[in-house]
Design a protein around this ligand. Sequence first.
Ligand code: SF4
Length: 536
Amino acid sequence: MAIERWNSREDYTRQENVLLARLRKTRKLFAFLRDHRSEIFDDAFQAELMEMYRDTGAGKDPIPPALLAMGTILQGYHGVSDAEAVELTVVDLRWQMVLDRLGFTEPAFSQGTLFNFRNRLIRTGMDQRLLERTVEIAKLTNAFDWKKLPKTLRVAIDSSPLEGAGRVEDTINLLGHAARNVVVCAAELLGLPMEKVARAAGIPVLLESSVKKALDLEWSAPGSKETAVEILAKQIESLETWLRKKLPEEMTKPPLKEHVDTLEQIKNQDLDPDPSGKGRARIRQGVPAERRVSIKDGEMRHGRKSKTKLFNGYKRHIATDLDTNLIMACAVTPANRPEEEAASALKADIEQQERRIGELFCDRGYIVSPVVSEVIKDGGEVICKPWVARNGKLFTKTDFKINLRDMTITCPAGEIERIDLGADVEFDASACENCPLRAQCTTAGKGHGRTVSIADNERLQQRLRKLTATSRGRDRIRERVAVEHSLAHLGHRQGKKARYCGLRKNLYDVRRAAAIQNLETIQRRLEAIDEIRSVA
Ligand code: SF4
């Protein structure tokens, strides 16, 4: 079936004018979207969206992709589920007006169509194009005086925690949940009740609503956890033996394979053989870096907001243009991954828009990313708070003079040593032993002198230390605050908890929220320009 272009009307009906008069005061994005929908979804962008259907065609719902794209923007703006979004296309005049469907009594699209469209956006990477399109709209609408803006971008990057949508469970519940999924799937394949399969497979702990209830232990008693793990591990072993006998073929293909693999993953990451050597299992000591914490969302991970505050899920990262406040790129990483891993993806998305980073504002989490050296190599500048040197009450690194031209370091007593980037330097042991400042400098044992670590990026660190030494430099570092505000708005829009399971779907959601935020930025900017003009 042919894919239709969205030909929304240009002129305003009387009803639209009445609605717009109200919407220009509150929920202004509705009015902006009605005013600019033809610019956002011009012929060229509609053609790009239609390209998403090149391989598979539109299927049985030939709804214009531009209309569906507008629907996903409204959905993100309202923060509603697919089911509610479908209803709003019938019962909410604002949705109807933006979608050019005032007076329609049938929904603009079905839940399935919206779901499929989202998957198509994700599959083709068009969610990034939707975000880029908002930057293009900022140019088309002359929301900013582009001639006065720097040719290269002044970009600030930052991240915030995004709690995962999956339920986080302890080892016993994870094992029970994963085993239950295996048994339910096996029961479906065999056309038998789940309870019958659980009994036949020798895993009666699944007969109760919760594994802990079925285990019926006094959990505060010493050794109860160990007993629980032992019982559970034995019953899981019995289940696996039964599966190999009854469903050997199905175990190697979806859907059963997926559940069996998850159970195996939980066992491998959370259990260890008991050192007693009696074939028992025990909970593994320590937390593996890639520990799966949820059955529902296999990609979310443990992360840290700070040294003491933990969270489970993802980190959302954004790159904001400091001169327009437009979000240029987004990234999502599992919560356990270091910040620097997102920087390359952000830079790649910016370069995709044929823009170059001239100044990069970031915090220390991103400073070891290759992007930092790439920006410097391309003649750009990196602005970041420098590392704080700490050494208790003893001399810190900043008490030493590092000369990167001569590659030497001079200590407070005037001793000089040669340095290499990325290596520790040790002062002459005999000089330190006889030094009157030794008590203020080092606690090194006999035969050893004071050591100082020279970083790979020592030149950058030195430049950043100089930057913070001046008021102007400190002002420049503070410019990064704009991205923190952007991120706070984005977090408020998305909420603390992820809407979707899995990294890629959450990246889509962050990009959509960023696109909406950009449209609001443009709307506010145009409103301010209009106000200035009306006063002049
Ligand atoms: S203890 Fe060694 S490094 Fe420290 S000031 Fe004295 S000579 Fe220099």
